[in-house]
Design a protein around this ligand. Sequence first.
Ligand code: URA
Length: 221
Amino acid sequence: MSDYSQPSQPEDSLAAIAAEVRHCQRCPLAQGRRNAVPGVGPAQSAIMFIGEGPGGMEDQSGLPFVGPAGQYLDELLASIGLIREDVFITNVVKCRPPNNRDPEPDEIDSCKPYLVRQLRLVDPEIIVTLGRFAMERWLPDQRITKVHGQAFRFGRRLIVPMLHPAAALRRAEWRPWMIEDFQKLPHYIDEARRLRAGDDPNAPISAITPPPDAPQQSRLL
Ligand code: URA
């Protein structure tokens, strides 16, 4: 996982990555796309959300999470006092898989260098993985229904796996989990900053303690 935390090359930029993604031909998903969807957000964001891949509306607009799952993501962000402009949002694959099928391992691998570069540049304290495919990068042996909402330390970041908002839209019984998991984020950001301020960046991976139940006002920004 060290390739996610190396410093970026001085000449790299989010704009350069986005330009490359828009012309990318590294995998067959390029054939079927209308627009590639590189990702959006401030160059320095405390939180990066990583979804699975663009759907129909994202393919049409070139922007991530603008369909129903994105509207739900906006609501969840609002529940902790954030708007989407506060966070960086991207996907494991930057082009829409045909008929919204799951991305193939070789498509994910082809797209990985873009995500690695985005992570180095944005350098978020927290990565929230939305759904199984994003989680598998860091926690390949975990089950999302078991570990969602927990925080796992990877070097100088915390990885917080969450269910995919589209899955929670399909399954109403999962929505309370989504809400609870978002309520933990302000606590995790405090933890992540504390770890960064004082700790050994090469310390081993470990799960950190989830916060007590009480909802918290956002102190993220
Ligand atoms: N689902 C995703 O995983 N990503 C998007 O951008 C939209 C829907």
